[in-house]
Write a protein that binds this ligand. Sequence first.
Ligand code: MLZ
Length: 265
Amino acid sequence: AKETFNWDDYLNETSSVAAPPNCFRQSRTPPRNDFKIGMKLEAHDPRNVTSVCIATVIGITGARLRLRLDGSDDKNDFWRLVDSCDIQQIGTCEKKGDMLQPPLGFRMNASSWPMFLLKTLNGVDMAPATCFKKEIQKPLQNFFKTGMKLEAVDKKNPYLICPATIGDVKGDDVFITFDGWKGAFDYWCKYDSRDIFPIGWCSLTGDSLQPPGNSVALPKTTSPTAASQIKGIRRSMQSPQKHVQAQKGRKPMRDKCLEQTSAPP
Ligand code: MLZ
């Protein structure tokens, strides 16, 4: 899907602007991902953030890790950037005089936790300190403006990063709306969320940016100019691949019909 979506064309077609990089709490050059699958680390339990647990790297995607807490099930995997402050080297917790905790929903009897932990840490492939990158400072204030485009994690499908638009701004909060999904995946977050990225992020990290969805939410009262703009966008979305390529020398953004509403997962 990566080749089929092009930000420059999309910004043109939607007459919109990208959110400038200084809006985001993300390093300008995405941090290098030096982790390997199977490595273990300490992570804050997303369901119980005051507890620090042992986690295993289950997958690697761009600058993010797919993590699973040891002793938890396979239904609660979560994704963290390699420069997230939610993850640290094994031993950090103990150094601070804290204790490693069983994850929420520990599969076994609570009394078996000490033995489980001992076994888990025995002969483990610990992620070395060099894997953990420093989280950058957050921007001094919320610089986002309504209408700016960005790349954002779909919280309902957190392995996906998708084209999005700032739908609203309130104080330190921003409303993330996903292009072409009629609001089904939209959410509010803080401007310094680690789940939102400047455009071009995925192409730098090697993540595959999802193309926008197929449904265009039409404004209730459509001005003649907006109407013709939408028609233009629709035309470019509907054009068969060969036709668009011949015409503009690029690939279409999507091949399905716009009217077709894709169901949420
Ligand atoms: N399972 C879903 C994924 C939708 C992802 C949308 N992201 C904004 C579907 O294909 O319907």
